[in-house]
Structures are given as C-alpha cells and as structure tokens.
Design a protein around this ligand. Structure first.
Ligand code: SAH
Ligand code: SF4
Length: 356
C-alpha cells in the first residue's frame, strides 16, 4: 500500500500549492494569509489552516504534507548560545540544523543543503560522511519553519540565515536557489537579503550564476590555505578548480554582487597559520575588496590530530590582514560542547554514502 503522504504535496512547494489553489479556486488573498500564518506567525498547521475558506479547508488539508522533516533530537549548549536540531528526512537521512544566539540575542539559523557532502574536506565531519542525498527546497525551508515553530514558544524568530550546515550548497544549487527565493519572499519568511549568506567551497560557474540571480545575498567562499598543495590536501573536491580560476570567479562576483564577498579561512595550528600561509593569502587576495573571516579550527573526534591555532596567532594573523588593507575578524565559535560548531555536523552512526 502506498503511503498517503506520498500523494500529498509539500506545503512548502509554492508552485504546487499555487496550482492546487487555482484548481480549487481558493481566493489568493486567503492563501497569502495562510502563508503569513505559517511563516510570519509560525502557527501550527491546524491554526494556519483556519485561513483557508471553510468549503475548501478539508480538501486542502488532506492534500498538504506539513511535516517534511521529523525532529529526532534537540540539544542545547550549556551557555544556551547554540541549539542543534537533528531531523530525519522522508528518505531516511539524518540532517542537522544549528541555531546560534549572538551576544545581542540575535538568532541565526545554520541550514543544511545536503545530507553529507561530496567535497570531503579533511577537517569536516560532514565531508567524512560522503554524499547521501541532496535536500529538496521544501526540506531546506522546513528546517527554518520547524526552528521558528520551536522558538515561537518564547516569541522568538530567526532573522539571519547562513547556508553553513551540512553540504555544499552549490552542488545542490537548484534547490538552494528555490529555497532562497522563499526565504526572501515578502509572502514567505521575509528574511532581509543582507542577512542571508550562502557559503561555498568555490565552484566558479555556479558562483557567477548565483551572484547574477541573487546580487543582494552574501556569498562566502571557503578559501582556506592557498599554499601550493595545501588547499588541495585540505579540500580534496577542490582540485578541478585552479586558484587562478577561483580568483577570477571571486573578482566577477565582486563586480556583480551588491554585497561584500566573504572569505572563510580555517585556522589550524602550524598548517594554515604560518608566515608562509599568510604571505600566500595576501598574494592571492591581491586587490580583491573582500572581508576575511578567520575560523578557529574545531577539532573533530576521530579525524585529524590537528589543533586550533592559539588565540595570539589568530590575533596576529587578523592584524596582518588588516595591515594589508583587508577587513578581517575572528569568528566566535559556539556549540562545540554539543558537536554543533562548524565542521562537527555528522550523524556518523547512520551514515551510508551514496555511490558517486
Ligand atoms: N560546504 C560549505 C558550507 C558549509 S561549511 C563550505 O564549505 O563553505 C561552513 C564553514 O565551516 C566552511 O567555511 C568550512 O570550511 C568551515 N568548517 C568546516 N569544518 C570545520 C572545522 N572543523 N573547523 C572550523 N571550520 C570548519
Ligand atoms: Fe562539505 Fe563544506 Fe564540509 Fe567541505 S567544509 S566537506 S564543502 S560541508
């Protein structure tokens, strides 16, 4: 027997829901109210459904699938600055979403775009899993919807979104672009474009495309160490792109985008924080008007025995970049205690990689 949910359409699939509403002649205004109830007021499905006119409500409810993801676990860090939500998809994959509370109380959601990742970075637990599946746009949107529903108990809401969870967003660019449309939509989540960041390992053609389509959304490039051989060692999936191609792509994005491009650089003791690495970075960046975010390495149990650069070295490195004329800062890390920090997202026990 087929699962009844398979016959339903995801409530987050705007095009399918609009088509359904047209067929049943549901007043577009009532549909807008329904989306407002879901995405702005974070109401639960029965409450949001009250916005659908009574004659159609039952049929509409029966055809909609509200639960794209099932929440399996929630962990909060001891200082309450990070919350990790572990979900399962309908396809049986485990994914993680992290909520981070800034010092001003501002809430950021770190969304996953894939279950696992094919890039295989040597410092990242997600990379170790290999790629299990691309997430659909609805599964990406559902992460934010479910997070907001939990937060609404305390009348809170996510204002910032970063695609820095599991996966390489530009390896799943179609779903990510559709999700970004929904996050920005005035009839969706209404996230302000300057509060939305997509982080990529740097895939030139996809970066150009993304910047043309979303010139107001921030793009962050995980550049890391550019000493010859080291980037390739750290990021095995980067070998198809030469550093000069990557430089040209960043240059073009800088011209297309109305936002500053962010460069992410992981600080690993004795490997990426050396004087040679600093010289190579400045040489690579040249005249690019970028903002450099230094990310102290978060050790991942069972992976490399590398250590985080000391605070002093991070500060020196940051100062060196500033003296060379770049904006730079050290990213504060939250969630290490609950394995929610950058690079620590993986559900290892359940990881079975897809065939490439
Ligand atoms: N796949 C994308 C986005 C997800 S990772 C990307 O790589 O850009 C988000 C950021 O966390 C990236 O800059 C990544 O390099 C960094 N990161 C991954 N593992 C890390 C670790 N163990 N310590 C610190 N930063 C890490
Ligand atoms: Fe994938 Fe990003 Fe992790 Fe690299 S750092 S393996 S690209 S998720």
């Amino acid at each position: 027997m087929r699962d009844e949910h398979e016959l339903q359409i995801s409530v987050h699939d705007r095009r399918a829901v609009d088509a359904f509403a047209r067929e049943f002649r549901i007043d577009p205004y009532r549909l807008r109210r329904f989306r407002h109830a879901l995405y702005q007021q974070s109401l639960d499905p029965p409450a949001a459904l009250l916005e659908i006119p009574l004659p159609h409500r039952k049929a509409f409810a029966a055809c909609m699938r509200f639960h794209e993801l099932e929440l399996q676990r929630r962990s909060d860090s001891p200082d309450s600055r990070a919350t990790k939500l572990v979900f399962t998809t309908r396809g049986g994959n485990w994914i993680e979403t992290v909520l981070i509370r800034g010092s001003s109380g501002r809430l950021t959601a770190c969304l996953s775009s894939q279950a696992g990742c094919a890039v295989g970075c040597r410092f990242c637990a997600t990379g170790e899993m290999g790629l299990l599946a691309n997430l659909s746009a609805s599964e990406i949107i559902a992460q934010l919807w479910q997070a907001n529903r939990l937060l609404s108990e305390n009348r809170e809401r996510i204002r910032n979104v970063v695609f820095m969870g599991m996966g390489e967003p530009l390896h799943n660019s179609r779903s990510v672009a559709a999700a970004v449309d929904e996050l920005l939509s005035t009839t969706g989540f209404q996230i302000t474009s300057r509060r939305l960041t997509v982080s990529t390992i740097g895939i030139p053609a996809r970066m150009r495309e993304f910047a043309r389509r979303f010139p107001d959304v921030h793009l962050a490039v995980s550049l890391h160490c550019v000493v010859p051989g080291v980037r390739e060692m750290l990021i095995p999936g980067s070998t198809r792109t030469s550093l000069s191609e990557l430089h040209a792509a960043i240059d073009e994005v800088v011209l297309t985008s109305r936002r500053a491009v962010m460069i992410e650089y992981v600080m690993i003791d004795g490997l990426t924080d050396t004087a040679e690495a600093a010289r190579a970075l400045v040489e690579f960046l040249g005249r690019l008007p970028v903002f450099v975010n230094l990310i102290p390495f978060n050790p991942v149990a069972g992976m490399q025995p590398w250590r985080t650069s000391s605070r002093e070295i991070c500060h020196e490195f940051c100062q060196m970049l500033r003296s060379a004329g770049y904006k730079a800062r050290i990213r504060n890390s939250h969630g290490g205690e609950i394995r929610a920090a950058c690079g620590q997202l993986a559900n290892r026990s359940d990881a079975t990689p897809l065939e490439a």
